[in-house]
Design a protein around this ligand. Sequence first.
Ligand SMILES: Cc1ncc(COP(=O)(O)O)c(C=O)c1O
Length: 384
Amino acid sequence: MGYVCERCGDLLDVVIGDVEVDGWERFRGREWGVWRYRELLPVDHTRKVSIREGGTPLIPCPKLAEWVGVKELYVKFEGANPTGSFKDRGMTVGVTKALEFGARGVICASTGNTAASLAAYAARAGLRCLVAVPEGAIALGKLLQAIAHGALVVKVQGNFDDALSLVMEAASRLGLYILNSLNPWRLEGQKTLAFELAEELGHDIQVAVPVGNCGNISAIWKGFKELHQLGLLDGLPRMIGIQAEGAPPFAELVKNGGDVLKPVENPETIATAIRIGRPVNWKKALRAVRESEGVVETVSDEEIMDAQKALARLEGIGVEPASAASVAGVKKLSELGEIEKDRRIVCVCTGHLLKDPNPELFHPYMEITVKPELDDLMEKLSHL
Ligand SMILES: Cc1ncc(COP(=O)(O)O)c(C=O)c1O
């Protein structure tokens, strides 16, 4: 049930051994979603804890493509998962594994979405659930989800990194199984996003992902590599990681060409989901970016909010701020000439708009108050 290699101290990685997958035909005809690819998931699927996660929409976005300045852009809308974020892909596998290990309860630190997702899957599995969140720093929708699904919410007087340190110390004392992205089984579920993209678009794409704890970008890259090794993909995509300017430890590492991550002590950004200063999966993510000849960029809160508005108003896609970072980053990289504008881009939009119900993000917005009378409505409209 460990997470760390006893010899080198690095996080464990799951290696898929000999699997017999002759071709894509194996999967076709099955329901879309994480478990479509069950041969490539190292868990007993007959005992899965599932709420039908994955199989999210891949949406062509011509107006957004024009806005960011590229030829063809798709949004992979992870907000359409059961609890509204990509975390559900990981939790269905991670919680199934927790039951396989005989865990009595589960625990995580969270900027919000992990807590919401774990609480739901733990409820379904009948496991106790404790979620540690930075006090006053998680979006309202996410907190409500954790509460609704019956988790014990521990508000930590510190940031996400402090909460994760506490969870890592407390888990064994409390007899709880950790389901943060340092858990390699959880990343196995998240890699299925790559399988879906590969099935729909092939390998010749650039995939932009918002980066916080560096788990998702690592998992997606692992998924593509496995398909390539199995002979199901002829080539590999290019990975693009986007961080917030106020929480940029991984971007700084890549840009400086270094090999050791320097933590950011007080990360700050409106995109609370990626407000992380000490990402645990940075080594895996570094491999993803380097092996794919990818790129990492940072974006300001203003750029994130502009992208969130563009997604909502040009394409009808409502995402939370962290998710919009992928689009904001692609726009910036396009302006800097650092992406291939003629090669298809997929922006992974990781969480739903309703997670962070904050109208201030959309300022200025239009709103009027009227009496329930036509004359009053017409009068007020005439002033707009
Ligand atoms: C909406 C959203 N986007 C992106 C991320 C970052 O993913 P990762 O921490 O795996 O890098 C998170 C993580 O909490 C998230 O909730």
